[in-house]
Design a binder for this molecule. Structure first.
Ligand code: GLC
Length: 639
């Protein structure tokens, strides 16, 4: 055999590659599609159309994206790397226009960003558009931001800088001005079947019995009557957002067609908006139904055939037991969303901070969440463009007596609207529901942690504490496991923007409070060291650099919550094969002196303190944690 060379495989044609990927995908497509659309699957029509749709988009896919596809096919867990850091921003508020966006890539790259979520940028309906979540044309860019050519160019620039572009894909509804809705309104039955429409209010009334209200103050009820075409339309969110009917396979194909069209423009991550609501069933809350997971798997696996470089993030802001399945459990394991928002981690951060008590956090995060997922991870965040819903159940609260669900939720709403005695926060109630007593909360990271108040009052001590709260939050999401999402301005401590109150089309929606414009003047002060922006930014940049240098913080490394028995501290272990990183956070405004035993450190083991750099230093035998301090302790190598 010596001297004989193994022949190289013939170069693979594009068609052959597609055929292989289709065969691979088919296994994971037939189950969900068969359950969702039994008739269309039984006839073979749906699968035939799906293959043709995918093949068409693959044939049109630009060659540089095809090479990215190949790279990610070889490394499908690329997004689980500790390198991943996301930045979330409105194009206009961050850069003005799409054309100017690439000028800011150096700023993002310097911070360590590898994933750029451009908030809603497809063409919205005119006037009120729920911040762009009422899309009128999914194939056009919002003209106020630029053109599709500029969008493609921006995506290419991001890609060249190693930053994955992400956009919102609104799946649950379209604007009532979308062409499908316009045709439906004009009486076309094929398009009426794209939505959920009723001739009278008999069924809507029955559904309403078990539905919750999303915007009880600004858009009460879940249905709207249109006298011009005499139909009731399902409108979960605002009147102008019409819920799509995912029981219709045409909707599945049409949305997938749109997604792949945008993927070929250079989108690498789709944020699947409001996915919990996609399927409806009488007598239920019409959220998180099993079919939603089938739809997501079918979309994700279809995308994997025609654009394997692309990943999907589920936006399901729901309770713990409903959240976990979005990352794939049971037959969906490893096949559903790649990412999902960890809203429970976010809520628990705010809850522990206000209560100076981590017991609920420790309980909830250990009781309801697995230590890792297959080919998937959370997107961790502290703030975003939306309000905070206090997703704390009665059952969970009961684990921390005498806490009650309603009592604690009320406390948190009061604390963060600033009315609770001793609160440092400057937030505001949102969508108070007189019937249920439910209140949600608006406010930016910096304003809710006390930066705004401390600055107004010129209180340096309070300001230092507030900055430490912010940095503790950033450290939490950078180490917990998952892709940290940094919401625009939170890396420089931007406070609430009250200007929205002056705009008639915005003033009804208090969420605009946490959507300030980027403060480039403040960015100009970063080298001065002493401004709020400089202090926060330096801290965040450092955290992210340490994260990147620490393979044990990759998202496929299991996270195990550690109950230290100290209600001021929250801790978890990142349990890599070679070493463990124990992350500890002091949720109180007091310095804590803790014995190594109190931190459950292994006797005789050496520990590196990753954030400070160097070995763990004891002070007279104690580990000292300043107010809101955080420790990332890496154990010595296992031999
Ligand atoms: C998501 C968005 C939110 C929007 C809603 C309806 O939850 O984050 O801003 O109002 O979907 O599209």
């Amino acid at each position: 055999m010596a001297g004989r060379q193994t022949p190289l495989a013939a170069p693979m044609t594009d068609e052959a590659l597609f055929a292989l990927r289709w065969d691979r995908g088919l296994r994971d497509l037939v189950g969900p599609l068969g359950r969702l659309y039994p008739a269309a699957m039984a006839s073979g029509a749906l699968i035939g159309r799906l293959r043709a749709l995918l093949a068409g988009h693959w044939a049109e896919r630009p060659v540089d994206l095809k090479s990215l596809d190949l790279r990610r096919d070889l490394n499908p867990d690329w997004f689980l790397s500790q390198d991943m850091v996301a930045y979330v921003f409105y194009i206009d508020k961050f850069a003005g226009t799409l054309a100017k966006l690439p000028d800011h890539i150096p700023y993002l790259a310097d911070l360590g960003v590898t994933y750029a979520h451009m908030m809603p940028c497809l063409k919205p309906r005119p006037g009120q558009s729920d911040g762009g979540y009422a899309v009128m044309d999914y194939r056009a860019i919002n003209p106020a931001l630029g053109t599709m050519a500029e969008f493609e160019a921006a995506c290419a620039r991001f890609r060249a800088a190693g930053i994955s572009p992400c956009i919102d894909m609104v799946l649950n509804h379209t604007a009532k001005e979308h062409e499908w809705a316009v045709k439906a309104r004009a009486g076309d039955p094929a398009y009426q079947a794209y939505y959920r429409m009723f001739d009278d209010d008999t069924l809507p009334r029955q559904y309403e019995r078990t539905l919750v209200e999303i915007f009880p103050a600004q858009a009460p009820g879940n249905f709207t009557y249109y006298p011009d075409f005499k139909k009731w339309v399902w409108t979960t969110f605002n009147e102008y957002q019409w819920d799509l009917n995912w029981e219709n396979p045409e909707v599945f194909l049409a949305i997938l067609d749109t997604i792949l069209h945008l993927a070929n423009k250079g989108v690498e991550v789709f944020r699947m908006d409001a996915v919990a609501f996609m399927w409806k069933k009488m007598g239920t809350g019409c959220q998180n139904l099993p079919q939603v997971h089938d739809i997501l798997q079918a979309l994700v696996q279809s995308i994997r055939v025609a654009a394997p470089a692309v990943i999907c993030k589920a936006e399901a802001i729901v309770g713990p037991t409903d959240l976990v399945p979005y990352l794939g459990t049971g037959t969906h394991a490893g096949k559903e969303s790649h990412l999902a928002y960890h809203n429970n981690l976010m809520v628990q951060y705010w809850s522990s901070l206000a209560a100076r008590d981590t017991r609920l956090m420790t309980y909830v995060l250990s009781a309801h969440f697995p230590e890792s997922f297959r080919h998937a991870c959370f997107a961790t965040y502290i703030r975003c463009h939306d309000d905070i819903g206090w997703a704390i159940t009665e059952e969970d609260a009961a684990h921390v007596p005498p806490m009650s669900g309603p009592g604690h939720r009320n406390f948190l709403a009061d604390f963060y609207n600033g009315s609770f005695d001793g609160s440092w926060a400057r937030g505001a109630d949102f969508q108070s529901n007189a019937e249920t007593g439910d209140r949600r909360t608006n406010g930016s990271f910096a304003s809710l942690t006390g930066i705004e108040k401390a600055c107004d009052e010129g209180d340096e001590v309070a300001l230092s504490l507030a900055i430490q709260r912010v940095l503790m939050g950033h450290a939490l999401i950078a180490s917990f496991g998952g892709v940290p999402l940094i919401y625009m301005g939170d890396e420089i401590g931007l406070t609430n923007d009250y200007a929205y109150e002056n705009f008639p089309e915005l003033k009804e929606d208090g969420r605009w409070m946490q959507r300030p414009s980027m403060d480039w003047d403040a960015v100009g002060t970063l080298t001065q060291g002493q401004t709020v922006a400089a202090r926060v930014h330096a801290g965040v940049k450092h955290l992210l650099a340490v994260r990147k240098a620490t393979p044990q913080l990759a998202s496929d490394v299991p996270t195990r919550i550690v109950d230290l028995g100290d209600r001021g501290l929250f801790a978890f272990d990142r349990m890599a094969d070679d070493r463990t990183v124990r992350c500890v956070f002091n949720f109180t405004d007091e310095e804590r002196r803790i014995s190594p035993w109190g931190l459950r450190l292994e006797p005789g083991m050496t520990y590196e303190e990753l954030l400070r750099g160097g070995p763990l230093v004891l002070d007279d035998g104690w580990v000292v944690m300043p107010p809101y301090g955080r420790l990332w302790l890496r154990s010595g190598p296992r031999v």
